[in-house]
Design a protein around this ligand. Structure first.
Ligand SMILES: NC(=O)c1ccc[n+]([C@@H]2O[C@H](COP(=O)([O-])OP(=O)(O)OC[C@H]3O[C@@H](n4cnc5c(N)ncnc54)[C@H](O)[C@@H]3O)[C@@H](O)[C@H]2O)c1
Length: 398
């Protein structure tokens, strides 16, 4: 295949970051795709994407408000799906049935069952299913994985901790809140809130660093009980968590705790750390974007020293594989990986199974909170425990 004929489906916030990343690839002379169509139920959004795309190619992509019409009329190789979570599976399956390869934003699907349906459909139509996951592609994430698993500088990995503690700093008891994306605060459309939304990037890193999880015990709460105004002005309640406390064990013996809350006004904190038999890696923030190494003997190394050492450790071939064309920006890397996989018919770095594994940890947190017991990762991944997800599956007939 010379150039990938590409459509973006769902032209909202994150799709804008994808569009900009594709445009930057072209501006770098990486001429491996053409935008053929833009699809959103909101025609204005799709049109704005088409206009922007036309600045970097000769033709203007066609605009559609229904994926069925787009798939019926256009000749396409691939779709980049950035719709709300509850539509990921039906949009992706429509694309597979029309012969397209797909990259879908995280989380893979609204439930584990929906994710399995996507994986099965991709397999039966012999199509690529990639999950968009930019955080593990950052130089800082690659560096931490190298430190833990290749250099083994912290010794045998033992524990991790992640605390993300914050809360409303204005009128904490005022339940009525502004929110432009109400679908994210609804169990049926979002599947969950912070854990399965932004939190899934953190889980993907844990799997990257430590392998497959074993067991999850969690409490999950909706403490703020916020409400939002919908398009008709009605007050609709949040029906997903704003707080979760989880203990997660891994099959390699690593244990750790993850606390995520937006219901704790006052002094907040945000850090993550990874501990082994010889020392630790600490970073402020939600991901290890500023890693600092400290060993038992007092040795300390900062982010620049660690990242430089990692980059210098890479052979030219490895560098081209991990940072092709010298790209180091996460979204550019994920869309490039997808386009290259489509052109070569190869596996993308993160496929549907990888996406579903990260999602299964998030759903295991919800399932454990739902049943009040520890749950096995494998049981949630295999859809053998689904009490929390059952009403979502029923609602969308999944
Ligand atoms: N990787 C990241 O850092 C990151 C950040 C934000 C969001 N996301 C993910 O991106 C996805 C989209 O989130 P967002 O923040 O862009 O949401 P959004 O609400 O801004 O965008 C969703 C878009 O989908 C459109 N849409 C709805 N139904 C559709 C349909 N049937 N066909 C076509 N389009 C339809 C909406 O009109 C909207 O424009 C989600 O999976 C979200 O988790 C990822």
């Amino acid at each position: 295949m010379d150039k990938v004929k590409l459509a973006i489906v769902g032209c909202g916030g994150m799709a804008g970051a994808h569009l900009n990343a594709y445009i930057r690839l072209r501006q770098k002379g990486i001429d491996i795709f053409d935008f053929v169509a833009m699809c959103d139920v909101d025609a204005e959004r799709a049109n704005a994407f088409a206009v922007k795309a036309a600045n970097v190619q000769e033709s203007t992509p066609k605009v559609y408000t229904a994926i069925e019409e787009m798939l019926g009329k256009e000749t396409l190789n691939a779709a980049d799906i950035c719709g709300p979570h509850f539509l990921h599976h039906s949009l992706a399956i429509a694309c597979f049935e029309a012969g397209l390869d797909v990259i879908v934003e995280k989380p893979l699907a609204v439930t584990i069952r929906a994710g399995h349906k996507m994986i099965e459909s991709a397999k039966s139509h012999q199509r690529i299913l990639a999950v968009a996951e930019q955080v593990r592609r950052w130089v800082s994430s690659r560096t931490v994985e190298w430190l833990i698993n290749k250099e083994k500088l912290i010794g045998n990995p033992r524990m991790f901790f992640r605390q993300g503690i914050g809360g409303p700093q204005k009128e904490p008891e005022n339940r009525l809140r502004d929110e432009s994306m109400i679908w994210r605060r609804n169990k049926f459309t979002g599947g969950g809130n912070g854990i399965i939304d932004g939190g899934i990037h953190y889980v993907d890193l844990l799997i990257y660093f430590f392998g497959e999880p074993d067991e999850i015990y969690a409490r999950s709460e909706n403490l703020n009980q916020f409400q939002f105004k919908d398009a008709d002005g009605n007050h609709v309640p949040q029906t997903v968590e704003d707080t979760a406390l989880a203990t997660i064990t891994f099959k390699n013996g690593v244990i750790g705790q993850w606390v995520s809350t937006s219901a704790a006004p006052g002094r907040g904190m945000s850090y993550n750390s990874y501990h082994g038999s010889l020392g630790s890696i600490y970073s402020s923030g939600g991901y290890p974007q500023s890693p600092e190494l400290q060993l038992w003997d007092g040795t300390k190394r900062d982010k620049d020293s660690l990242q430089n050492a990692y980059m210098e450790s890479l052979s030219e071939g490895e560098k081209e594989r991990v940072f092709p064309h010298g790209i180091t920006e996460g979204v550019e890397l994920e869309v490039y990986d997808f386009l290259d996989a489509v052109r070569k018919g190869r596996r993308p770095e993160l496929d549907g199974v990888d996406g579903l594994k990260a999602q299964a940890v998030c759903d295991a947190i919800y399932e454990s909170g739902w049943c009040g017991q520890a749950v096995k990762f494998d049981d949630v991944y295999n859809d053998e425990i689904s009490g929390y997800q059952d009403e979502i599956n029923e609602r969308w007939k999944i």
